[in-house]
Design a protein around this ligand. Sequence first.
Ligand code: URA
Length: 236
Amino acid sequence: MERVRLQKYLADAGIASRRKAEKLIEQGRVFVNGNVAKKPGTSISKYDVAYFDGKKSENNNKYIYIMLNKPSGYITTVRDQFKRKNVLELLEKINFRVYPVGRLDYKTKGLLILTNDGDLTYKLTHPSHKIEKTYIAGVMGKVLEKDLALLRKGVDIGGYITAPAKVSLIENDGSRTLIQIVIHEGKNRQVRKMCKAVGYNVLSLKRIAIGNLRLGDLKEGKWRYLSHKEISLLGK
Ligand code: URA
């Protein structure tokens, strides 16, 4: 029967990184089948029951939740006729099949959640739930206040009028303006199309938050498991 090390088990359950899980084990905060497990080398099978701080660990090797800082130049869809690099290639050492929650364009960077939890994917992507997504767009030229106001109100992106958005100017250096755009819809290439609709080309685009979950300082191309707190921020 397959056994895994306890720290990996806890990491896969999204409780902590493997290193942190080792510390939690050493601190005596983890119990397996009712006994404190103080040795990080302890192995565990799917028939064992692990408790962390008195709560049953959710890992029956069931759901995992990951955040990735997607670099430009990767696709998030499963199939691609051009054989471009896929974000899943950045998730080395994960033995689970996870799927990106929603899409980011090939060139868009930033926060991408990956999970095998279909309920959460549905919750975060279904338009009726209106989960806010926060983007930083670098656009060509100086963006006028009147155009920010149009973006806030809603613009026509080709037969579809976007819902009111929260839009703010971050900085402008004459040739380029950084704006923050918060939308709760997920139309294809929506931010790029919104900017285009008011006359600006997007030079760079990065997602920095989904709901209350923020990308923080995770390096580009890197991923990590979400903590329990972060998973609950997403409404789990
Ligand atoms: N809007 C875009 O234009 N692209 C993305 O990847 C996400 C939102």
